[in-house]
Design a protein around this ligand. Structure first.
Ligand code: URA
Length: 295
């Protein structure tokens, strides 16, 4: 690494500020490494991923995933299995979305779903994230809350909503008599987008089958969509959250179960716009009343 002299300190400070704004908030090595190029040169498997079931332990899993890797920790997973002819690594989104659908459908329990997600290499967000952020709370709860994607704190802990917005969410839950023993919390996207950028539509489509299956397996009496991305993805609408919030909608699972869903404002938005907390309060009171009505 270059020696730091008094003269180049301002330039280094600028460079670090640039890295931080791009989401590079931790130094793992002395020099930057292109992990995608590295994986492309090592990968013995140039063929595109297929949805052909295999036999034995990994039966019904597509070739680009392996359950045996689920126990290795998410950081050690290899790069996407698909290599373009030029040698650059690409993830064909349609194929990966199909793969995600198959993996999600074949999961018969939340544990299995978590394993399938940990073994899935089809979403590039996985390779910049430290952890899979699957869920927190009680899977038997009557209410399930779904946010957008993990941030830095969530990525470090592997749990959703543990940072500043999570603390506000805990207060909002407490205001209607709930906590993480009586609510289940997850995100549409289970891997932190670098620098907390907005997930791309392709990334959302690839991850969508997983959260849909998670909802189906939890089968909550009530779903709460925290923020526009969660509402748009799971309620099949393009309407903005300020129009959607406060009105009951329905989330219909793949097997046809209709779950009442309340879109509301995201805690991170409420931290920036505290004047709107009263709107979220009304939405949460609706949720409380619905839970009471449904017994
Ligand atoms: N914002 C989200 O949408 N989800 C989290 O887990 C944290 C912040």
């Amino acid at each position: 690494m270059t020696a730091v002299s008094r003269d180049n300190r301002p330039a280094i400070a600028d460079l670090l500020a640039f890295y931080a704004s791009a989401g590079v908030d931790e130094a793992l090595e002395e020099e930057p490494l292109n992990r995608f190029a590295e994986a492309a040169s090592k990968s013995p498997e140039p063929a595109p991923a297929t949805v052909t079931p295999t036999t034995g332990e990994n039966a019904a899993l597509p070739r680009s995933t392996s359950l045996s890797r689920a126990g290795m920790g998410d950081r050690q997973a290899a790069a996407p299995a698909v290599r373009a002819p030029s040698g650059t690594v690409t993830v064909p989104d349609e194929q990966q979305a199909a793969l995600a659908r198959q993996l999600a459908t074949t999961a018969t329990s939340l544990d299995e779903l978590r394993q399938h997600m940990a073994a899935f290499d089809g979403c590039n967000l996985k390779f910049t994230a430290k952890n899979l952020v699957f869920a927190d709370g009680n899977p038997n709860a009557a209410v399930m809350l779904v946010g957008e994607a993990p941030g830095r704190d969530e990525d470090l802990e592997g749990l959703p909503f543990v940072g500043r917005s999570g603390r506000l969410l805990d207060q909002m839950l407490a205001a209607i008599g709930l906590d993480r023993t009586s609510a289940y919390i997850a995100n549409v996207i289970p891997w932190r987008p670098p620098g907390n950028r907005t997930p791309t539509p392709h990334e959302t489509e690839i991850c969508r089958p997983f959260i849909e299956r998670q909802i189906e397996l939890v089968k909550p009496k009530v779903l709460v969509n925290l923020g526009g991305p969660s509402a748009k993805t799971l309620l099949n609408t393009t309407e903005g959250i300020l129009r959607l919030r406060g009105n009951w909608r329905v989330h219909t699972t793949a097997s046809g179960i209709a779950i009442p869903a309340m879109p509301t404002l995201h805690p991170a938005y409420l931290l920036r716009t505290p004047a709107h907390k009263k709107l979220a309060w009304r939405d949460f009171l609706e949720v409380k009343a619905k839970l009471r009505a449904l017994g």
